[in-house]
Design a protein around this ligand. Sequence first.
Ligand SMILES: [Zn+2]
Ligand SMILES: [Zn+2]
Length: 417
Amino acid sequence: MAGPERRGVALAGRLVVAEDERVAVSGGAADVPRSGRDRAIRERRYLDAALAEPERARLLFAEKARAGFDRIGRATIAIRSMRPILDARLVNDAFGDPGVYVDFRFEKRALAFDLGDNAALAPRHLLRLSHVFVSHTHMDHFIGFDRLVRICVGRHAGMRLFGPPGFVDQVERRLASYTWDRVDRYDVELVLTATEIDERGATRSARFRTRSGFAREPLPEGIAPGGLLTDEETFRVRCALLDHRTPCLGFALEEKTHVNVWKNRLEEMGLRVGPWVAELKRAALAGAAKDTPIEARWQDADGARSRTCPLGDLESALEFVPGQKIAYVTDVVFHDANVARIVDLARDADMLFIESVFLAADGAHASQKQHLTARQAGTIARLAGARGVTPFHFSPRYAERESALRVELDAAWRGNG
Ligand SMILES: [Zn+2]
Ligand SMILES: [Zn+2]
């Protein structure tokens, strides 16, 4: 559970001084960790700096601070190059169909939670999707599947889709409701791989391809230990099977730790960046021994240059940045088993997207409809220790009282609800 102290640090993670500026940290250089790796102290310093200059601070989701030294030895917090890699946002406003789109800033890829009305997403956004996670197939969470397929046919090589029990049949039926007699001629073959997961973690999958008119091709059954749906080089996604009378999946996206390289520090060592930096990052992330030789190669006015250094000598130019965690929970009833599963799934999330459909005053109606109230959502966020929380799926009955939902959620999250 998040105590007040913990919340202070969480606040630091969301306060950012205007980009492209460097802010001197009060207190001098001596007690700032030179390695820049002590995350807690960095966050503290970051908070101090932001509070010292509140007029220049602005709210920005989950950006990480980076402490260091400038050329004359002053402690600094560099803002410029610390934009988060994951950019997660609601597809619609809080009254619109549920859905979160997550862009990977430095890769040409994105993933999505839920497929409600997605007209707000431009085709180029849909064409970046590599993974789509569907909580359940009530219409407001799945009607956007058609537009996704329409835009991707002939232009996108494929994506993986995940959903609750029965999902593969439903994907098959949606595809089968159209006539696909011409799609086999497209140069780009669209391959959709659909996977469903049951309460035991068993998975069933099938493939649907334009070349065969989206006829179902069964794939081997599998098992997803701990609800782990996908484990990529830079991120993983887990799910929990939740109760909405019908089974409904909640999801957690965890970005893996990555390494930033300080170009100026390499230059101080007489080195230049180049493709070799990728190997340096890989070795550092793999925890290779300090004497591991790293061959630096680059081009300058004198032509091709190269030098071999032990990994340990290069470490001062590296910064390990812990990944962000983003959780997505919607369409769930508030009972002990659901709450326990959600808290486990969303624990310590940098951002929890969670439905807040009704006000607590309408709590009986909420539980009858198998949805959360804003107070229940905030309580779950607090129990999970979420550092940020974004509510959505507001009932239209509160169209004139949107702020009441937000205030109620916020109070419960902070423990005043
Ligand atoms: Zn819904
Ligand atoms: Zn629903």
